[in-house]
Design a protein around this ligand. Structure first.
Ligand SMILES: NC(=O)c1ccc[n+]([C@@H]2O[C@H](COP(=O)([O-])OP(=O)(O)OC[C@H]3O[C@@H](n4cnc5c(N)ncnc54)[C@H](OP(=O)(O)O)[C@@H]3O)[C@@H](O)[C@H]2O)c1
Length: 312
């Protein structure tokens, strides 16, 4: 494993981080039980992963707790509380309750990085005015070490919330969607995180579009129909063939993790899976060298201006 400094938190974290949410939720979403989920977390730690990201909403905090019992000090725990949906926003007291539940489920008395979860641009000002003071109180009380914020990438594919938040600079860590189909964080997020020494966690490195060839085809067809990708730039029947057929690329998914890992400004690449073989392969991909320069140039030429898809 390789380790990096997570921005101004100074935490030394593994470049591969275990994501306990997403479509798999450590396998809980695909029919596995909590023992399987806890084994997966334990396997990640054995592979050298020390950054574990969970959230109240994922239902995976108890599995994480089971896997880290007796070795809490070896891992950097990241969890989150949602500010609410639409107009139904949580109060400061509701946020504190959510944090308390996370602490109980994680069986710990502190969380290393605690985030506001999936914040939209419309919710952001409320979060700063009403919720941030409560988070700061909890930080002073020692229940939270560092503050984080995550974007709602499925709808905020152009990073409007983070672009605003990073200028104000209240959070030590941000979680940002980034992948080879939508590299817009390169211009809109990473220059600001680097300027303010904010740690970055990359989500949506592969999701569905970069693990299923038919999903990739659908996304690219929509981008062509939308005029965001030039029709003559790709073969619509197999748009990522230049990538998957390259002799130095093992698979679409491998290439997608390598793409994120070597992005200047990307600290931790989260990988979310319920499958131990996938976990091992993904850690290998995250530790592999950068993609060949010619492949990176082709990706930039085709997808360099895309900011409208998440790959969900
Ligand atoms: N707004 C937010 O705060 C937010 C939103 C989304 C995610 N997150 C965090 O970010 C983490 C990463 O996102 P994500 O979980 O969607 O991660 P991801 O790594 O981009 O995608 C995971 C998906 O890809 C599949 N997959 C992974 N490796 C594979 C492989 N080698 N071959 C084939 N399929 C593979 C997984 O299914 P299998 O189980 O079959 O491997 C899963 O469905 C989440 O777990 C969560 O912690 C945060």
């Amino acid at each position: 494993m390789k380790y990096v400094r997570l921005g101004r938190t100074g935490l030394e974290v593994s470049v591969a981080g275990l994501g306990c949410g997403g479509h798999s939720r450590l396998g809980l979403a695909t029919g596995h039980d909590e023992a399987h989920a806890a084994n997966l977390v334990a396997a990640a730690i054995d592979l050298g992963i020390n950054f574990i990201d969970t959230a109240r909403a994922y239902g995976t905090e108890a599995a994480v707790a089971a896997a880290i019992r007796g070795r809490r000090d070896r891992v950097v725990l990241s969890s989150k509380a949602s500010p609410g949906w639409g107009d139904e926003l949580v109060s400061a007291a509701g946020l504190r309750e959510s944090l308390e539940k996370s602490l109980r489920r994680l069986d710990t008395d502190y969380i290393d990085v605690f985030h506001l979860h999936g914040v939209t641009a419309a919710q952001y000002r409320y979060c700063i005015n009403e919720l941030l003071p409560e988070l700061q109180r909890q930080q002073q009380a020692g229940r939270i070490r560092f503050l984080g914020i995550t974007e709602r990438f499925v709808s905020d594919t152009g990073h409007a919330m983070l672009a605003e938040s990073l200028v104000e600079d209240y959070f030590d860590v941000v979680m940002v969607g980034h992948n080879l189909l939508n590299p817009s964080a390169r211009a809109r997020v990473f220059p600001l995180t680097q300027q303010h020494d904010v740690g970055t966690l990359i989500m949506f490195a592969v999701r569905r579009a970069l693990t299923h060839a038919d999903a990739a085809r659908e996304v690219v067809s929509a981008l062509i129909a939308d005029g965001q990708v030039a029709a003559d730039a790709v073969d619509a029947r197999d748009p990522l063939r230049f990538l998957t057929q390259h002799p130095e690329v093992a698979s679409l998914t491998e290439a997608a993790y390598r793409f994120c890992r070597h992005e200047p400004g990307a600290d931790v690449i989260l990988t979310g899976t319920g499958n131990i073989d996938h976990l091992r392969a993904n850690v290998g991909a995250i530790l592999a060298p950068p993609l060949p320069a010619a492949v990176l140039e082709t990706l930039e030429r085709i997808f360099g201006c895309v900011d409208s898809v998440s790959g969900n």
